[in-house]
Design a protein. Structure first.
Length: 513
């Protein structure tokens, strides 16, 4: 009978003891060789220092690391670090929250050994109240009203709890979860004095700023003496807080700072050189806002004007032999199809021309009996591009807004006495579109009002008008040009003066120094 020694035969017991001994020797060798065994890598934070305070909710953490087998990964609060030298040095951009924060480094070597707390520093994100900006009215403006709609924006890391203006609680207009991203408040004004409008903000954890933003409004029964005025500011283009206005009567291109009211002559008979301005009637900004494209009404030509030097150059003119094709005849409104193509309303010829801005060549885009079908133009004026395929055109004599297919030249009436409903036009001149092209804003030169036109059905509504008490503030004076600041939801209207309009209420302030 065979004897048994335990559960396994003797030979297997000997083999097992031998393997245990070998593993023990290997472990001892590995342990003595640093990171190649059970020792995790070393990592050190070099910046920021312990106790660092900041107002920025992103902190750049830098450091060093070493291991004999190499570093596989460095993380700070779960954010992977980057390195160009295999983590000998590294950095990570880590978000932090208001108050104390601990930045903890986790280091992993190429064999998988890790130290989840290789180094730590404490930093503090200094609590800050919400930031606020006022989008209407401009920084310094003028009104003759007893109240004004103030609009603006507000942001905060922890969320905005409230906004007020001179103690009047603002109405939140932003999306759910960020309600005060945009806001408005109707604030009473005091006559015959400078009114300071002070925005106060409070965030979700109680930090506040009693003067997060401040604007001033001069209020008087007659503000005409304070207004920036023009002979006839027939067209305007907008670039941020700078309005570029062509003055038809004074033959000038001017820049007006909407916040300060400072008016500077960019180009006229004594400023800039080149072809003289004579009845400038339309404007569009090109070349990234460095150049104005201007229709010169009386010489029947299209000019480019450098906004720094005021130098004037002929872009297209039959009389000057710049470009070929039909003659510009009383050019007015300008629409930009793309970077090297514009369409220009020929107010005196009852048509629209297509102009190549590189060669100056001209072609008829839309004209009764020549190109395109539909009702005839009688006096086409302002142009707004709905897209590269369709333009909206005001016609002062037809008392209508037309839609023109840029590809075919076909014309349809978008809004007039027989199309659409609402208050009738008297003399529609300037036109622009809001950011989603759902409505056009049209200036009525003779009626001194601003009209909104729904593009889908031609419905007309008075947007701002002193005579019918739509909006508060100074009356329009022969409003002609119009430009829209889509980001701030305000319109700038030029005519005898320069007026900024808050579009939700129709409230108006005049720009002045």
């Amino acid at each position: 009978m065979l004897s048994k020694t335990g559960r396994y035969p003797r030979i297997w017991r000997v083999f097992a003891l031998l393997m245990i001994a070998v593993v023990g020797i290997v472990s001892t060798i590995a342990s003595s060789s640093g990171g190649s065994g059970g020792t995790p890598p070393m990592a050190t934070i070099t910046s920021p220092p312990n106790g660092f305070e900041t107002e920025d909710d992103l902190v750049t953490v830098t450091g060093t690391a070493s291991d004999e087998t190499g570093i596989f990964r460095i993380q700070v609060n779960g954010v992977d670090a980057t390195s160009s030298d295999r983590f000998a040095t590294w950095q990570a951009v880590v978000p932090i929250v208001e108050g104390p924060n601990t930045l903890t480094v986790r280091a992993v070597d190429t064999l998988g050994f890790a130290d989840s707390s290789a180094d730590q520093v404490n930093v503090i994100l200094t609590p800050a109240p919400p930031l606020a900006t006022v989008t209407f009215p401009p920084l310094n403006s003028f009104s003759d009203a007893d109240s004004l709609t103030v609009t603006g924006t507000a942001t905060d890391r922890s969320g905005v709890a409230s906004v007020s203006v001179n103690g009047v609680d603002a109405e939140p207009l932003g999306p759910q979860g960020d309600e005060f991203a945009t806001w408005r408040a109707v604030v009473p004004l005091t006559m015959n004095t400078e009114n300071t409008l002070t925005v106060a903000t409070v965030d979700a954890v109680g930090f506040d700023d009693p003067a997060a933003a401040v604007v001033t409004v001069q209020v008087a029964a007659d503000v005409s003496g304070s207004a920036v005025t023009f002979g006839d500011g027939y067209a305007v283009a907008l670039d941020g807080n700078r309005a570029y206005v062509v003055d038809f009567d004074l033959d000038q291109l001017l820049e007006v700072n909407l916040d300060t009211g400072v008016k500077v002559v960019i180009s006229d008979a004594v400023t800039g050189g080149g072809r003289a301005l004579s009845g400038p009637d339309g404007i569009a900004l090109i070349n990234g806002g460095t150049t104005a494209l201007v229709s010169n009404y009386l010489p029947d030509e299209l000019l480019s004007i450098d906004l720094v030097s005021g130098q004037r150059t002929i872009v297209s003119s039959a009389a000057a032999n710049v470009g070929s094709g039909p003659t510009l005849f009383g050019p007015s409104g300008i629409g930009l199809v793309d970077v090297d193509r514009a369409i220009v309303s020929n107010l005196a010829a009852d048509d629209i021309l297509d102009v190549d801005l590189t060669s100056g060549n001209r072609a008829i885009l839309s004209a009764d009996g020549t190109r395109g079908s539909g009702p005839s133009f009688l006096q086409p004026d302002g142009i707004a591009m709905e897209s590269s395929r369709r333009a909206l055109v005001t016609d002062a004599l037809a008392v209508a807004v037309f839609a023109v297919d840029v590809s075919t030249g076909d014309r349809t009436v978008l809004s007039d006495a027989a199309t659409g409903s609402g208050p009738l036009f008297t003399r529609p001149v300037g036109i622009t579109l809001n950011s989603d092209n759902s409505r056009a804003l049209v200036t009525d030169y003779d009626a001194n009002l601003l009209i909104s036109v729904t593009v889908s059905n031609g419905f007309r509504r008075i947007l701002s008008d002193a005579a019918t008490d739509v909006g508060t503030g100074p009356a329009f004076i022969f409003p002609a040009g119009i430009a829209l600041d889509a980001a701030n939801n305000r319109a700038v209207v030029s005519g005898g003066n320069l007026i900024v309009v808050e579009l939700s209420s129709g409230d108006r302030v005049v720009v002045g120094p």
